[in-house]
Design a protein around this ligand. Structure first.
Ligand code: SF4
Length: 181
């Protein structure tokens, strides 16, 4: 799997304490995209799913979150990643620029391993009122067996949360959403 970055523990990228992965590559070109580095089709690093789970096994997480870049550009690896997480009793959340209805046609085999989906392209002109969505058109969906069980978009509070993580090398990673006033 082509990875841009990962963090070993976040509380702003989905419910609970989560391992988060940003995959490499997205060509959707949403104006104002918050992670243009991860959009480059070249770059990042290749990691086997088994290698990712060796890192995940170092701590106890409620779930994993996969963002990007566009996770559904790497269908085979995404399916294996989510399937392995479910086998380990981790819940799964995927952030995607596609809407559920597009994915339901071609990616049902992946969606069945997905507990939560934040879907739709980022539209900077539409303010979000969901703490996990970047813009107001995106939905926070609960899935079951690949089908929408509930639309939780308006069930979260709209408090904007972000994390700033400084690792031992002094590298700073910011994640979540910022309210720039
Ligand atoms: S879909 Fe996401 S990663 Fe891709 S350009 Fe849009 S905001 Fe950026």
């Amino acid at each position: 799997m082509r990875i841009n970055n990962y963090i070993e523990g976040s509380r702003v990228n989905g419910p609970g304490f989560r391992f988060c992965i940003w995959v490499q590559g997205c060509e959707r070109g949403c104006p104002g995209c918050f992670n243009q580095e991860a959009c480059k089709m070249q770059g990042g690093k290749e990691m086997a799913v088994s290698e990712i789970f060796q890192i995940i096994s170092r701590d106890k997480y409620d779930g994993i979150s996969v963002s990007g870049g566009e996770p559904f550009y790497q269908k085979k690896d995404l399916e294996l990643l989510l399937k392995t997480a479910k086998k380990q009793n981790l819940n799964t959340l995927v952030f995607t620029g596609f809407v559920y209805e597009e994915l339901a046609k071609e990616c049902r085999s992946i969606l069945k391993y997905c507990d939560y989906l934040v879907d739709g392209p980022y539209m900077q002109e539409l303010p979000s009122h969901c703490k996990y969505a970047g813009s107001g058109n995106q939905r926070f969906l609960k899935l079951k067996n690949g089908l929408i069980e509930a639309d939780l978009t308006s069930s979260t509070d709209d408090a904007i949360e972000c994390e700033i993580i400084i690792n031992l090398d002094g590298m700073v990673t910011t994640t979540g959403f910022f309210d720039i006033l």
